[in-house]
Design a protein around this ligand. Structure first.
Ligand code: SF4
Length: 94
């Protein structure tokens, strides 16, 4: 058995505490914006996906709070905030 952990196994060690509301939201009407499609490619946790209607969807569970989607897409399409105190990710890989 290999000692090297894959990305999914490492992410599986992290713990996520739910916030009252999602800390990242796609702004209304921006689901088909081309800038938002960048998030599907760059989110390291794979939380953005493209549905059959060509709209980008976000599942917030598992967010690493890295800010990559905010930088890639911009604040015109994403309402991006950190979770409130005590909520969000707890890294547990070392
Ligand atoms: S902050 Fe990072 S992990 Fe969270 S949704 Fe954006 S790109 Fe994905």
């Amino acid at each position: 058995m290999s000692d090297i952990m894959g990305l999914k196994a490492k992410l599986g060690l992290d713990v996520f505490k739910h916030d009252n509301e999602p800390h990242i939201k796609i702004k209304p009407g921006m689901e088909r914006d081309p800038r938002l499609k960048r998030a599907v490619l760059v989110c390291p946790a794979g939380l953005y996906s493209l549905n059959a209607e060509g709209e980008v969807e976000l599942t917030i569970d598992g967010c690493l709070e890295c800010g990559t989607c905010r930088i890639a897409c911009g604040v015109e399409v994403l309402d991006w905030n950190y979770p409130t105190g005590g909520a969000g990710v707890q890294f547990r890989f070392g």
